[in-house]
Ligand binder design. Structure first.
Ligand code: ADP
Length: 534
């Protein structure tokens, strides 16, 4: 018998009556686009897809959780239930790992030439573009982000990642290495290296860019010939499941990618600790990253981590264009509702332009149109969950208690859905939690500086080191500061510029390893040295 659990710990439904619906009834699926609370509802095609029972993808088959349980997936714009997905436990992870192992050891994946593998990966990119409208809409109702943003950012970036990685499948090369073994005088050898897939990879991803994180993780894993068990975030499991259908359509052989939905503490923990997993790739909070590292110690599986941030965004008085820099500072923190690990959440501004920048960013914050992601005019949707809403408002309340000045924002917006006002804060000091900790919401703290010598220690005064930005037209100064910043990415006169070819990852407690670019391929391969005595 199927039972339906509410994901109350993560996303308590604000309408408890809806949370008890049984599988298949979640989103009506009557084929009519209708108004929902005065806002546009999902399209008939997506409504029909949402209404279908959701299963895990294991060994190429769609299957229920072993215990038959599901949990609710909510639309963060109004708390309504949009689907039910398997509440997977360790038994489901066992089955998925077994399927991945079988596919890796004896399935057709290994027999494919690199070129054939690359063509499948390219097709995945094409299928994302072919289904762009539906994927953007799905991402919007599941995560809350504006559909228009998902359509121009998340979806094309995901497709591009696969297209980029498709080309690498044929370029995973080793070296020939001349060796001079001192204890074998006169002997001759031919030595070379090959780069082989790590094996079965567990991938645990967050809810802020659900589809794009699937791409960042699966693209390099497939290009290098690994097999995968992927666990999407419990708040946003839907695009990964739709993506599973596209993988099968693209011709990915059974068991090569297994997708298992569930909570972090159950399904996620079982995957991180599993002895049959050779590597775990995680994106999420630094706190959970540390749990993953401990769990991975059991069989010393390899670990890569892309974690939190508290990124400094530094504006000098000689910015090339003050208005453009203010636009950039606002977008650095407000893009994706501040739910970006690299959000420009600490604004450091040279004193002469501090007031102009703060009032400019605040003006822009006030004008941002909040609303459900499916509304055409929406510029900022709700936060992903009630838990996230509580977290962000808790930080803001703490900031108020600590005596910071809220130039604009500072509260929840409305009483339905998980909306938060874009917020600009000044008069902080470095000991405050709003300055030190990752809030993961549309909340920026601004502080003035007079000299680079005093700004740099402040910019680097963080346990994180994911990203940073510098705005100045003095190119030598920009280079000097970029070299001093302890961050994995430094943007100069721009922010949030991503590309499949550019490595992304963190210094300090922002992570281990890099996503994207050719650098990520090292994390999904291991080097074998072969020596032939001649
Ligand atoms: P956030 O704090 O932003 O919600 P998390 O780091 O908690 O992000 O979650 C990111 C991913 O990590 C999600 O897929 C979640 O299910 C998973 N996760 C959370 N806790 C654990 C855990 N103890 N073990 C493994 N995975 C976990």
């Amino acid at each position: 018998m199927k039972t339906t659990a509410t994901a109350s710990r993560q996303r308590t439904s604000v309408r408890s009556s809806r949370s008890q619906r049984t599988q298949g009834q979640a989103y009506g699926g009557n084929g009519h686009e209708k108004e929902h609370n005065g806002h546009p509802s999902v399209s008939p095609g997506l409504a029909a897809w949402l209404a279908k029972p959701k299963h895990n993808l294991i060994a190429g088959k769609w299957v229920s959780a072993a215990n038959g349980k599901t949990f609710d997936v909510l639309n963060p714009a109004d708390g309504s239930v949009i689907a039910h997905v398997p509440d997977s436990q360790s038994e489901d992870i066992n089955r998925a790992v077994t399927a991945a192992r079988k596919a890796f050891e004896s399935g057709p994946w290994r027999q494919l030439t690199p070129s054939e593998r690359g063509k499948i990966i390219w097709r995945i990119g094409d299928l994302i573009l072919k289904n762009a409208e539906e994927l953007a809409e799905l991402e919007s109702v599941d995560n809350g982000k504006p559909r228009a943003v998902a359509k121009v950012a998340d979806v094309p970036l995901a497709a591009d990642l696969f297209h980029y990685m498709a080309g690498w499948a044929t370029k995973i090369e080793g070296n020939t290495i001349p060796i001079s073994v001192p204890y074998a005088p006169g002997a001759r050898f031919h030595a070379f290296t090959t780069r082989e897939p790590v094996g079965v990879v567990g991938q645990i991803i967050p809810w802020n860019f659900p589809l794009l994180m699937v791409a960042w993780k699966l693209g390099p894993a497939l290009a290098t010939g690994n097999c995968v068990v992927l666990k999407p975030a419990e708040q946003t499991p839907l695009s990964a499941l739709r993506f599973g259908e596209l993988l099968l359509e693209a011709g990915v052989p059974e068991g090569v990618v297994n997708i298992v939905t569930g909570f972090g503490e159950t399904a996620g923990a079982a995957l991180a600790a599993h002895d049959g997993v050779d590597k775990i790739a995680f994106t999420g909070s630094t706190e959970v990253g540390k749990i993953i590292v401990r769990a991975a110690a059991g069989n010393l599986k390899k670990v890569s981590l892309e974690l939190g941030g508290k990124s400094p965004n530094i504006l000098f008085k000689d910015v090339p264009d003050l208005n453009a820099a203010i636009d950039g500072a606002a977008s650095a923190i407000f893009f994706n509702h501040g739910q970006c690990c690299c959000a420009g959440s600490r604004l450091l501004v040279e004193k002469d332009i501090f007031d102009d920048v703060v009032s400019g960013v605040a003006e822009r914050a006030k004008k941002i149109k909040l609303g459900p992601g499916l509304d055409a005019g929406t510029e900022m949707g709700p936060l992903v969950s009630e838990e996230q809403l509580n977290r962000v408002t808790r930080y803001m309340n703490q900031g108020k208690q600590d005596g910071a000045c809220f130039v604009t924002g500072g509260s929840r917006q409305g009483d339905q859905g998980y909306f938060v006002q874009p917020t600009v804060i000044t008069d902080t000091d470095p000991s405050m939690s709003i300055v030190r900790e990752e809030i993961f919401g549309p909340v920026v703290v601004a502080q003035p500086f007079t000299k680079p010598e005093e700004m740099l220690p402040a910019a680097n005064n963080s346990e994180y080191g994911l990203a940073a930005a510098v705005w100045t037209k003095d190119i030598a100064k920009a280079h000097r500061i970029a070299a001093e910043l302890r961050a994995g990415t430094v943007w100069i006169n721009c922010y949030n510029i991503f590309d499949a070819a550019l490595p992304f990852g963190g210094y300090k407690q922002s992570g281990w390893g890099r996503e994207m670019g050719h650098e990520v391929l090292n994390q999904y391969t291991q080097t074998k040295a072969v020596v032939i005595g001649l």
